[in-house]
Design a protein. Structure first.
Length: 148
């Protein structure tokens, strides 16, 4: 499970005195623990939920780095991107455009959706199945393209 992997890697980062990795993984573990202890979570964290958290943290890190870049703070942007790269190591390999198109086509066929007005049905399934493998806006854009 990802929770155990991150915990073990925190210990390894401490032993190796890798401050950037340690800081990134402690932040990840904090979010994992918050999710595990949330009401109704039964003190469990599935890998699926962990991947969603990791994808969210990676996206937030990229957005933060972009803000730092726009403010001419390359030093902070670089530090943020180092942490993003560490988080991305735990995410599944992103789908290529062709793989994403094939997966979305299969979901569209499976649901029987033919009109852009029913895009929400496809997005609901696609968001769950492709969590961590593709960004939501990329999925949305391709679903729109496939349905038009």
């Amino acid at each position: 499970m990802l929770f155990e992997q991150v915990s073990a890697d925190i210990v390894s980062a401490m032993k190796n005195k890798d401050k950037v990795r340690l800081m990134a993984l402690r932040n990840v573990k904090k979010y994992f623990i918050e999710t595990k202890t949330a009401p109704g979570a039964n003190d469990e964290l599935s890998d699926e939920d962990a991947i969603k958290i990791l994808a969210k943290l990676a996206k937030q890190g990229k957005d933060t780095a972009a803000v730092y870049e726009s403010q001419n703070r390359a030093d902070l942007a670089e530090e943020e991107m180092k942490q993003v790269h560490i988080i991305e190591e735990y995410l599944p390999k992103p789908l290529s455009a062709e793989e994403l198109r094939a997966a979305l086509s299969a979901i569209i066929q499976e649901t029987g959706v033919t009109d852009i007005k029913e895009m929400g049905r496809v997005m609901g399934i696609a968001s769950k199945r492709l969590a961590g493998k593709a960004e939501g806006r990329t999925i949305s854009a391709m679903v729109r393209e496939l349905l038009s």
